[in-house]
Ligand binder design. Structure first.
Ligand code: PHE
Length: 450
């Protein structure tokens, strides 16, 4: 039952929206600290390779599935399975993706909340002259206060759902048209600042000296997993965005632009962060606290640090916000296309459900810290690991298999519309490289290969 379906106004707004989905906490919060804890340049190299050989082809796959289906992920997979004359059970893949998005949002929103609270901290001068001990306790205190976390988590959910409720054109499209250019403008300011005030040389050396001896299996695994997370692959966000895309747009070309923007932004932010960190003699391997504990110390001791810190956390917030909306859109599209419930009502209901799950994430940083779900992981860690190391790669693997081995080859070619050589590259990557790489990660994870 498809009534009127929305569509992006043009190729450009699709690119902004998909780049908006891709560029998020994954680039600015996770990637830099992962580079730090995984030994710097070796990790960067594997990450770039993962983007090129697995990320880009699979993003093309996900867009082509969405655009061909012209439906939400669940009905879309059902439609494509019927077209390929294979089991309708493939729709479960769409359903799994929708669920994955909601699980990610429940903790994404809590971290987004930290970022919002840091905008205010930065603007009010909390970091001015701050020393390491103070900065650590500032961050620890935030995590230890359920009510403060809850407040900001609620604000973040409200902002996210507010955009989604307005629909594709006046919500998603409009928000991304403002947020993404603003984000790049702030990035330029930040880069200029860290070039003049920071230690770019050391940062560059740290990230790009390509020391092969530092490549470990764990670094490879987390780099590949992070390529999925960073490009928003494997859960239907890109699929649903692709389903609003016009037929005449080249999937390969737009994908390359989006992936480049995402990767470049992550690496440039990494350079900016590390140049400030090194200029202040701080440690690069602080882990998740890198931008919340280490970076404020750097800002606190630099000229115009208060202004730049405020802009920096605004950049992070914009990036997180435009990603968060893509985590719910697949499910909302499904509700709107299958029921009589309006977009507004369904966003409120779904928003409340995800918010509630988020409350348990909030508590897992304080009151419920000691509650372990599996393998000694608390609620937040379980949701994070379950989604980024298992559900996203699994979703991506199944999408690649479906497009590569179940869909009719000429249907795929109709969507990709590539010349022979390009099509061959895509097929090799989609049918062999990506499935082998992802399966290797799974085998390793489940301890079959040590
Ligand atoms: N790509 C986003 C980021 O880097 C996270 C995300 C994952 C968004 C999956 C949508 C889907 O932060």
């Amino acid at each position: 039952m498809i009534h009127h379906r929305s569509a992006w106004r043009n190729r450009w707004t699709f690119m902004l929206a998909t780049a908006g989905s891709a560029i998020g906490l994954g680039n600015i919060w996770k990637l830099p600290y992962m580079i730090g804890v995984n030994g710097g340049s070796a990790f960067v190299l594997v990450f770039i390779a993962s983007i090129l050989f697995v990320g880009i082809p699979l993003m093309m796959t996900e867009i082509l599935l969405g655009r061909r289906a012209q439906r939400n992920p669940l009905n879309g997979m059902e439609f494509l399975a019927a077209e390929a004359r294979v089991s309708p059970k493939w729709k479960l893949l769409g359903g799994m993706g929708m669920l994955t998005g909601l699980l990610i949002l429940s903790f994404y929103s809590v971290i987004g909340g930290w970022v919002l609270s840091f905008i205010f901290d930065a603007a009010s001068g909390t970091f001015t002259g701050i020393e390491a001990a103070q900065s650590t306790s500032n961050f620890k205190n935030l995590l230890a206060s359920p009510f403060t976390l809850l407040f900001w988590h609620t604000v973040f959910m409200y902002l996210t759902m507010g955009v989604v409720a307005r629909g594709v054109n006046s919500g998603l499209e409009r928000a991304n048209n403002i947020l993404i250019p603003a984000l790049f403008a702030i990035l330029l300011i930040l880069l200029g600042y860290s070039m003049s005030e920071g230690d770019m040389r050391s940062a560059f050396h740290f990230m790009f000296s390509f020391d092969f001896s530092k490549i470990t299996p764990v670094a490879v695994l987390s780099a590949l997993g992070h390529a999925f997370f960073s490009l928003s692959l494997g859960m239907g966000a890109v699929m649903v965005y692709g389903s609003y895309l016009q037929r005449n747009v080249s999937i390969a070309r737009t994908t390359i632009y989006i992936a480049l923007a995402d990767t470049m932004l992550g690496l440039l932010v990494g350079l900016a962060i590390y140049s400030l960190v090194f200029a202040n003699n701080l440690a690069p391997d602080a882990g998740p606290g890198l931008i919340f504990q280490t970076l404020p110390i750097a800002f606190g001791h630099m000229p115009a640090g208060r202004l730049i810190a405020t802009l920096f956390f605004m950049l992070v917030a914009f990036a997180a916000w435009s990603s968060a909306i893509s985590l719910v859109e697949p499910t909302i599209a499904w509700v709107v296309e299958n029921t009589k419930i309006s977009r507004k009502t369904s966003t409120s209901i779904l928003g409340f459900a995800v918010w509630l799950l988020g409350v348990s994430v909030v508590l897992s940083f304080n009151e419920w810290q000691h509650i372990k779900v599996i393998f000694g992981l608390n609620i937040f860690e379980t949701l994070d690991k379950l989604t980024s190391t298992i559900l996203l790669p699994l979703g991506g693997l199944l999408m690649a298999i479906f497009a590569g081995y179940f869909m009719k080859k000429y249907h795929v070619q109709e969507e990709l519309n590539l010349e022979d050589r390009g099509f061959k590259y895509w097929r090799i990557a989609n049918n062999y490289i990506a499935p082998v790489a992802i399966s290797a990660v799974f085998l390793y994870l489940f301890g079959l290969v040590k």
